[in-house]
Design a binder for this molecule. Structure first.
Ligand code: CP
Length: 312
């Protein structure tokens, strides 16, 4: 296979063309049995992944570690900044420069927007952005796209509603940019104070895709092929009263799904709090746990592409 992927780092989904995204998704498709442990692959034997997590994570960190170990590579790193020398005042630039001499590839999560781009300047080895503040979360976007493609056969021509905190949610920002490369129809569902930022709207308008804004999920739910939920962040509201006024309109319960399309899927990057009730989990619409599992083959594909392990 001739690689259509020649990136050194994965910092933002905006750095990807549609062709490159499709190439990663195709390779991830080939990885699914290895990700489940049903087939073996030792292509990253001898490689070390460094996981630098300055913010909490369950899925991203552990799915990267699982992906690396399934390919017989090794992992070192930290899950809390407090256990590294950053606690003593070491800069991110120095930290990355040093660790890049210990490992073959680095996964970085950091609260500061732009941290991964900065790290890439100081690293000899590939940097993968695992979330930088309210900026980007490109590997989440790739697994989101993979999930839509797996569940709906294609991404094009789908009516996709994105609900919750669209202002600060990095998964939403990355996903919106990526979906604008596909010919789909987007609905941004949020209270006015948490709607999608204008600069992202300007970007997607350049791509000439259809979009609309809505305040209430129930107004648009029955028309959607995909509902992508995110957590409405109580802490973003000026008062608890203002949060309580809108909160119920951003919660999905089983009894709200009676009139949705039979094959409508519900996704969520997780963690959820109470925006999807547990009674939805047993419906055929719920795909968020499958989506989380898809993090492993996607991250295997990226690890292979960014190291010398991919020689086919
Ligand atoms: N979706 C996601 O990024 O989850 P974690 O914060 O648990 O990594």
């Amino acid at each position: 296979m001739v690689s259509k992927f020649n990136k050194k780092h994965v910092v933002s989904i905006k750095d990807f063309s549609k062709e490159e995204i499709d190439f990663v998704l195709d390779l991830a498709g080939d990885m699914t049995e290895i990700a489940k442990g049903n087939k073996s692959d030792d292509s990253l034997k001898g490689n070390i992944l460094g996981t630098l997590f300055f913010e909490p994570s369950t899925r991203t960190r552990l799915s990267f570690e699982s992906a690396m170990k399934r390919l017989e590579g090794a992992c070192i790193g930290f899950a809390r900044a407090g256990t590294s020398s950053v606690k003593k005042g070491e800069t991110l630039a120095d930290t990355v420069q040093v660790i890049s001499s210990y490992v073959d590839i680095i996964v970085l999560r950091h609260p500061q927007e732009g941290a991964a781009r900065l790290a890439a300047k100081f690293s000899e080895k590939p940097i993968i952005n695992a979330g930088d503040g309210a900026g980007q979360h490109p590997t989440q976007t790739l697994l989101d796209l993979f999930t839509i493609r797996e569940e709906k056969d294609e991404i094009e021509n789908k009516k996709i509603g994105i609900a919750g905190d669209l202002k600060y949610g990095r998964t939403v920002h990355s996903l919106t940019h990526a979906l604008s490369m596909y010919d789909c129809d987007l609905t941004f569902i949020a209270p006015a104070s948490l709607q999608i930022p204008d600069e992202i709207i300007k970007d997607i308008e350049k791509m000439d895709i259809k979009y609309r804004k809505a305040e209430n999920i129930t107004d648009v739910l029955d028309d959607l092929d995909v509902l992508y939920m995110t957590r409405i962040q109580r802490e973003r509201f000026p008062s608890d009263e203002e949060y309580e006024e809108v909160a119920e309109t951003y919660k999905i319960k089983k009894d709200m799904l009676e009139n949705v399309k039979d094959d409508m899927i519900i996704m969520h990057p997780l963690p959820r709090v109470d925006e999807i009730y547990s009674d939805v989990d047993s419906t055929t619409h719920a795909k968020y746990f499958k989506q989380a599992a898809n993090g492993v083959p996607i991250r295997m594909a990226l690890l292979k592409l960014l190291t010398e392990g991919y020689n086919e």
